[in-house]
Structure formats: structure tokens, C-alpha cells
Design a protein around this ligand. Structure first.
Ligand code: CMP
Length: 136
């Protein structure tokens, strides 16, 4: 189990003023906020980040949405970071996300689902490099 993960509050979460609330949840659970930055994602980076969904009918909308406003990107450190952050985030589709999870409490649709968390240690390292650069 890795010690860090990449988490990003998506444009709907930033727009709705949920950054403080979400950061608090991770801090209260014992994560260390190692890096954090408000940023705009370029279309190029968005297409790379969502490459596994290329060709799916929602790909264009997904890229439009994630580039529609600033996101709040974070590196969270802690034992079993990837797994624990995903458990706190909840299921992709808010219809399946348990109450008490971030998506279960805040997400309104499968697309505008408030937050992203890396799905493996390998993805976490790749996404940290992508969003924070090779030295992070
Ligand atoms: P995430 O897991 O962060 O990254 C892939 C995203 O694709 C996922 O969140 C959803 O927001 C989005 N997604 C998955 N399935 C659909 C769908 N059927 N329609 C629209 N967006 C989707």
C-alpha cells in the first residue's frame, strides 16, 4: 500500500464552495495535505487524463466539463492512501455512492461528481507527475 495519492476537486465542487469541507474531511481522517494547487486543466492534459475513456460517447462532455473551470488538485499522504481516499470518495455514480462518502453527500450526477481520486498506486504516481510535475 502506497503512502500518497492524487485527489482533485472537480469544477462543480470548486464552484459550489466545497473545497474547505472536502479538505477538512481528509485532514480529520489523518491524511497529510502534502501539496495543493488551484489550476485550470488544458484540453490536452484532460484528454491525457481521461485517455481510457477515449471513444466513449461521454468523452467529449467529460473533457468539456473538467476544463470548464478551475480544479483544486492535491497530493494526500498517509498509510494506504489510494484505498482510503477512494473509500471516502465513494462510488462514481452518486446513485450508488453511500451516504457519508463525499459523492454520496454532494454529487449530483455521474459527470458532475465533485471529485477524482487515483485508482491505484501506479495511477497516483502518474497523475502526480501530470499535475504537479516530475519533481513532486
Ligand atoms: P472519474 O472516475 O473521476 O473519471 C472518469 C469519469 O467519467 C468519472 O469520474 C465520471 O465522472 C465520468 N463518467 C463515467 N461514466 C459516465 C457516463 N456514463 N456519463 C458521463 N460521465 C461518465
Amino acid at each position: 500500500n502506497g503512502k500518497r495519492t492524487f485527489v482533485m476537486i472537480k469544477p462543480d465542487g470548486v464552484e459550489r464552495g466545497l473545497v474547505g469541507e472536502i479538505v477538512s474531511r481528509f485532514e480529520r481522517r489523518g491524511f497529510k495535505l502534502a501539496e495543493a494547487r488551484m489550476m485550470r486543466i488544458s484540453r490536452e492534459t484532460a484528454e491525457e487524463h481521461y485517455a481510457q475513456h477515449k471513444g466513449k460517447p461521454f468523452f467529449g462532455e467529460l473533457v468539456d466539463y473538467i476544463t470548464s473551470g478551475p480544479v483544486f488538485a492535491m497530493i494526500l499522504e498517509g498509510e494506504g492512501a489510494v484505498q482510503l481516499a477512494r473509500a471516502m470518495i465513494g462510488a462514481t455514480n452518486p446513485a450508488n455512492a453511500a451516504p457519508g462518502t463525499i459523492r454520496g453527500d454532494y454529487a449530483r450526477s455521474v459527470e458532475a461528481n465533485v471529485i477524482h481520486g487515483s485508482d491505484s498506486d501506479e495511477s497516483a504516481e502518474r497523475e502526480i507527475r501530470r499535475f504537479f510535475g516530475p519533481q513532486a
